[in-house]
Write a protein that binds this ligand. Structure first.
Ligand code: TYM
Length: 344
């Protein structure tokens, strides 16, 4: 059986990268897979979260899932902390993963920055909890943006080592699904930096709850360069932007990719459409498209946020269904590891 698991951290400022790189893909996958979509509140607290904000942000990610079109009846939507199997399996994986593997994780290095000694231990073992999220359901496919690739390689390594150490063929080796033109959306202010929830500049990102005016202002002020837009000749024979062209105009290609993803077109089609255009014209068209696409999602999120009871009920129901899948899997893992437990 093909099963999908993916998650988003409730750390505020949900942005266009989260939407185009992940959430919108979740919506499209729900027809073909058995899907579990999680709000990973336990990952969020690896860096400080105000408790009241954490609750609000957990509801906000849930509202974004629902508003984007994820059907909570057909899929499972829940918050991580309501299924204790994640933490239990993560402990076992803490004992499978090697220090050397975690030392290579670029996301830890970026997040811990210069003050490594001050980072939480949770931040260090973050990828082990992520492996537990996925493997507690023996999920086979994980839709994510490009930045999660290394974490998923670690998930594969953990599954492989567990299977090998215990001489079993228990955990699947997961496949990342990194799809579309928006797998790595960059900051609107600096094309060399990823669009992120934690960038101090609000102008660096379009959020899922920005109104039309905010979207227009952010796109108008997005960094560009003085040249007209390039055409499809910048693509190599695999349809990728040649490295030199990309390095020379990162902001231009970022905006073109955002357009392509919003319009559901390929980058090649988008380059053909706007070849020779000035940014002023392109930005107007991009703004209209962004407002038309995000507007209804933002409005529905707002409506759901005004009804926290409805959102909490979705999470509670999803969590019960999640636990029902994870519980017997964890029991089997405990048997494999050799933990004694009462037999039914
Ligand atoms: P998080 O909360 O940082 O991001 C959620 C999803 O959004 C994608 N994303 C982007 N895509 C394109 N461009 C960007 N600028 C951009 N920024 C973020 C991320 O790749 C992600 O798919 N570790 C995960 C959460 C997680 C998880 C999991 C994911 C925990 N357990 C199990 C999959 C499976 C994270 O920090 O996502």
């Amino acid at each position: 059986m093909k099963r999908i698991f993916s998650g988003v951290q409730p750390t505020g400022n949900l942005h266009l990268g989260n939407y185009l790189g992940a959430i919108r893909n979740f919506v499209r996958l729900q027809d073909d897979y058995d899907c579990i979509f999680c709000v990973v509140d336990m990952h969020a607290i690896t860096v400080w979260q105000d408790p009241v904000e954490l609750q609000r942000n957990t509801r906000e990610v849930t509202a974004a899932y629902l508003a984007a079109g994820i059907d909570p009846k057909r899929n499972i939507v829940f918050n991580q902390s309501q299924a204790p199997q994640h933490a239990e399996l993560a402990w076992i994986f803490n004992c499978v993963a090697r220090l050397g593997w975690l030392n290579r994780m670029t996301q830890f290095k970026e997040k811990a920055g210069k003050h490594r000694e001050n980072a939480s231990v949770g931040l260090y073992v973050y990828p082990n909890l992520m492996a537990a999220d996925i493997l507690a359901y023996r999920a086979t496919h994980v839709p994510v943006g490009e930045d999660q690739k290394q974490h998923l390689e670690l998930t594969r390594d953990i599954a492989q080592k567990f299977n090998h150490d215990f001489g079993v063929d228990y955990f699947p080796i997961v496949e990342p699904l990194i799809q579309g033109e928006a797998t790595r959306i960059m900051s609107l202010r600096d094309g060399s930096k990823k669009m992120s929830k934690s960038d101090p500049s609000d102008m660096s990102r379009i959020t899922m709850s920005d109104d039309a005016e905010a979207v227009a202002q952010k796109i108008r002020r997005a960094k560009t360069d003085p040249d007209a837009l390039p055409g499809p000749e910048v693509l190599d024979d695999r349809g990728r932007v040649a490295a030199a062209a990309e390095a020379a105009r990162p902001e231009a290609f970022n905006l073109l990719r955002i357009y392509a993803a919003l319009a559901d077109k390929s980058l090649a089609e988008t380059l053909t459409e706007f070849e020779g255009s000035q940014f002023s014209h392109f930005k107007t068209v991009l703004t209209d498209l962004a407002v038309a696409t995000l507007g209804p999602v933002g409005a529905e999120m707002k409506r759901l946020m005004a009804d926290p009871g409805q959102v909490d009920a979705v999470l509670a129901e999803g969590a019960a269904r999640a636990r029902a899948i994870a519980e017997p899997i964890l029991a089997e893992v405990q048997d494999i590891v050799g933990f004694l437990r009462p037999k039914p």
